[in-house]
Write a protein that binds this ligand. Structure first.
Ligand code: AKG
Length: 300
């Protein structure tokens, strides 16, 4: 796995909506927009103390990373007051707790005025602003967003390391069938066990507070919080017909079938999926010639 691809960077004040849409959204090209949060009140106002004042007493659903799961349909594992959670993630120590896909503006509409839908991403999904929180060294397992929508993730508090892999490498990253997850750990890729990873290229970078990451549809990502932090994501519906189709199939047929098989076969279903994931990627690696492997790398 070669993570030396260089992502484009731009100051958020130097790019127009038209440029962004043409060169990044429609071109499915990732981008970091520096100083994006400072275009909105949230970029100046939002701290954990400020958010605690607004929603500190709210009982929030929290995910516990130490609970292993093999499925895409996860529910929060526990509830606690939001202020208790922010107390935990501000400690200088690792925590398995994180908040995922918190539909903050639906539950607390007054916060939306601090961070309304950015113009560059306005569209049919434009009103959904999900918030994400985590503590030092909290990891978000390697996945792509199941609906294949493009995401504009604005890092408001704390830094986050992101490993991003283009969908071009889909067939080589040991994707678990009927899911949007993979068997690999991008932090410590095991090339013996997963040899096709040698032909995968990606990006590895740090988002700083204020930066926004534009992540095109179906891009794989692995996020690590470097300290307690939070981000807000706005989304844009999949644009390319193949992505629209994939998103619809993922969220309907594949998800339902996977749920049913999990219920029927339990662990045996997961074992079968692991076996297929390994066979598929290794077979794909065998099929591509040396020239093609070089071309795949050069093409990007
Ligand atoms: O950074 C996070 O906590 C999770 C973000 C994420 O994985 C996503 O938007 O799909």
């Amino acid at each position: 796995m070669n993570l030396t691809l260089q992502i484009d960077h731009v100051d958020a004040r130097d790019i127009t909506r038209e440029e962004f849409r043409k060169s990044y959204l429609l071109a499915s090209r990732p981008l970091i927009l520096h100083n994006f949060a400072s275009l909105f009140p949230a970029g100046h106002l939002w701290t954990f103390d400020y958010l605690n004042q607004k929603i500190g007493n709210h009982q929030i659903g929290v995910f516990d990373n130490s609970v292993k799961t093999n499925t895409a349909y996860v529910q929060p594992h526990l509830k606690m007051p939001f202020s208790t959670f922010t107390g935990i993630i501000q400690r200088d120590e690792e925590t398995p707790y994180r908040i995922f896909l918190f539909n903050m503006f639906r539950e607390f509409p007054e916060l939306r005025k601090d961070f309304p839908t950015p113009d560059i991403i306005k569209g049919p999904l434009g009103n959904i602003g999900f918030a994400f929180f985590g503590g030092k060294n909290t990891k978000v397992r390697f996945h792509y967003d199941i609906d294949c929508s493009s995401v504009l993730m604005t890092q408001i508090i704390g830094r986050k390391r992101i490993i991003l892999i283009p969908p071009l490498y889909n067939s080589l990253i040991y994707k678990v069938p009927y899911s949007s997850f993979s068997l690999i750990d991008p932090d410590a890729p095991d090339f013996e066990k997963f040899p096709a990873l040698r032909y995968v290229q990606g990006y590895d970078f740090i988002l700083h507070p204020g930066d926004a990451l534009f992540m095109p549809g179906c891009y794989w990502h692995f996020n690590t919080y470097l300290e307690g932090g939070m981000a807000v994501s706005y989304r844009s519906l999949a644009i390319k017909p193949a992505e629209i189709y994939k998103g619809i199939m993922n969220t309907t047929v594949r998800l339902i079938f996977d749920k049913m098989m999990n219920r029927l076969l339990g662990d045996r279903w997961m074992k079968r999926k692991r076996r297929i994931a390994i066979e598929n990627a290794n077979e794909m690696m065998e099929q591509i010639s040396k020239e093609e492997k070089d071309r795949m790398i050069l093409n990007y």
